[in-house]
Design a protein around this ligand. Sequence first.
Ligand SMILES: Nc1ncnc2c1ncn2[C@@H]1O[C@H](COP(=O)(O)OP(=O)(O)OP(=O)(O)O)[C@@H](O)[C@H]1O
Ligand SMILES: [Mg+2]
Length: 277
Amino acid sequence: MKVNLTCCSAQHPAAHASAAPALKHLSLGLAQGEQVAIIGPSGAGKTTLLQVMACALKPTEGKLLLDQRDPWRLSRPALQRLRGQLFLAPQVPPLPPRQRVITAVLAGLLPGMGLWASLSNLLYPRHLELAEAALARFDLADKLFDRVDRLSGGERQRVGLARLVVANAKLLLVDEPLSALDPERARQACESLTTVAREQHATLVATLHHVEMALQHFPRIIGLRDGELAFDLPAAQVTPERLQALYAQHLHELTGPAREPLDLPAAPVLPAVMHCR
Ligand SMILES: Nc1ncnc2c1ncn2[C@@H]1O[C@H](COP(=O)(O)OP(=O)(O)OP(=O)(O)O)[C@@H](O)[C@H]1O
Ligand SMILES: [Mg+2]
């Protein structure tokens, strides 16, 4: 799916009216099948941008086009059909506590199903092989019949990603997919995500706090800061200097290549002054 944003601004519905917009006049275009990582410090607007692309949040200004169509001008049924082609994987997947993993994964099929098929799938999950193959991508095939509330946070996060695999959507929007994973699992998950998107000819947009992972696995990197585009570059051109500028005042959030070369003068050791009353 092609994505085009023109001068888009957006505000979280719960934000105070006087708060600055979370996205400010952002313009960018994504080609069909492109794979893009969005990085930037906390509060930069990364999740908001995914929500706008997922048609979950209407821009307050500007225009969003998905495959040349403005979703907010479509009829309700047409918007519903369009949403069925999008998959937004939130950072913490919404998994009902007592649900089995198989049911949670196959919920990814629901947007494309009719009401009766959806209900019967919830009661008697079919497509067992489909769920098992999706879980195997994230090394979880042995958890097929476990309850989701008996999984670790990282396992739950990977169940959310397996759901994305079965959804077979045209636009995959993934929010911080690696936040609960150890470095090796994060690398595997990143590789599986990009491979699945390629196989399904889907456009993939992932927000990542792990900058090194973004640079290794994504050809194009978008840097967001304060709701604005800081840069939009091929991964090879994202230098440590650009990363330091992007994360200025937030360098503690930066993981990866720009941290080590940081050759700042050592802070002078000052005597500790304690004020006692
Ligand atoms: N629930 C909310 N209520 C009010 N304002 C919000 C809410 N969520 C986000 N915002 C506003 O939108 C801005 C952008 O938030 P967003 O969640 O898009 O940032 P982010 O880059 O995804 O941050 P993080 O890396 O911490 O996930 C925030 O700075 C805040 O002002
Ligand atoms: Mg976020």
